[in-house]
Design a protein around this ligand. Structure first.
Ligand SMILES: Nc1nc2c(c(=O)[nH]1)N[C@H]1C(S)=C(S)[C@@H](COP(=O)(O)O)O[C@H]1N2
Ligand SMILES: [Mo]
Length: 253
């Protein structure tokens, strides 16, 4: 956020619209997040992951509010891109994504590819959360998917140098997530929306849920995942499509 005042007034606007009333932590509330205190000074996230004791790291991280199923918004919007034109995507979609697979590469110990069935066989998490789009709407839905940490562990864990997870999608969006977001318990690769497979418009077959962030970071139509030490060589090097092209979500929205 370059301009704090405008960011805050934007949030006040959302609160004024009643979308965030009574909520402590929610999507977009990145300012409230304080990095956890770790006893022995600096400790690489990769160490923490390989020690399988992410709880130490996560203990300082708040969860966003989770709602009851009765709070779910009828007809969750399909917003932004709703059907990637990409030829390979269309081919996969025409076959119910049976041939879809997610490659997990880069700084993982055992690069691997996961089919939708593989993902569904891994331990899952279900969460009912409020999605807040920076363009002025919000809605509650229940998402089911694989925690990103679980997936990285299925790929052998990450190496010492790992700092970001970069996600590419079938409509050309990409973004990078730091390890605090990656190990956050509510960061999942979702394949279910309100108990059913995610519909095309909401990012079929798999979309990211990264609950503390605004709508645009919840990438849909996930294509591949790579773990990197730096975002220098990703896109134009600023860590995501929107930063690369100077699109600031609060500008004029
Ligand atoms: N790949 C991709 N991901 C995307 C978008 C998009 O156009 N393409 N739109 C973003 C925005 S701005 C929002 S608010 C949410 C919308 O998710 P929904 O369509 O499930 O409501 O997806 C985000 N992820
Ligand atoms: Mo959005």
């Amino acid at each position: 956020m370059k301009n704090k005042t405008r960011t805050l007034s934007r949030r006040k606007f959302i609160a004024g619209a009643g979308a965030m009333s009574g909520m402590l932590l929610t999507g977009c509330d990145t300012e409230l997040y304080t990095p956890p205190k770790i006893r022995s000074g600096l400790m690489g996230v990769s160490d923490v992951l390989t020690m399988a004791s992410q709880r130490l790291l996560m203990s300082g991280q708040g969860l966003v509010k989770e709602f009851e199923t009765g709070d779910i918004t009828k007809d969750f919007p399909a917003w932004g891109r709703t059907n990637p034109e990409d030829e390979s995507y269309q081919k996969l979609a025409s076959n119910e994504f049976t041939d879809w697979s997610l490659s997990v590469g880069g700084l993982v110990n055992r690069p691997a590819s996961f089919s939708l069935q593989d993902l569904k066989r891994l331990p899952s998490r279900t969460q009912t959360t409020m999605h807040i789009c920076e363009q002025g709407w919000s809605a509650i839905a229940q998402w089911t998917g694989v925690p990103l940490t679980t997936l990285l562990e299925a790929a052998g864990g990450v190496s010492q140098e790992a700092r970001y997870v970069v996600i590419d999608t079938y409509d050309g969006w990409y973004d990078a997530y730091d390890m605090f977001d990656v190990v956050h318990p509510q960061t999942i690769l979702a394949y279910g929306l309100n108990g059913k497979d995610i519909p095309r418009g909401n990012g079929a077959p798999v979309r990211l849920r990264v609950e503390r962030h605004c709508g645009y970071r919840h990438l849909k139509f996930v294509k591949s995942i790579q773990v990197v030490a730096s975002v220098e060589n990703i896109g134009r090097g600023k860590g995501g499509l929107l930063s690369d092209y100077n699109w600031h979500w609060y500008a004029g929205a």
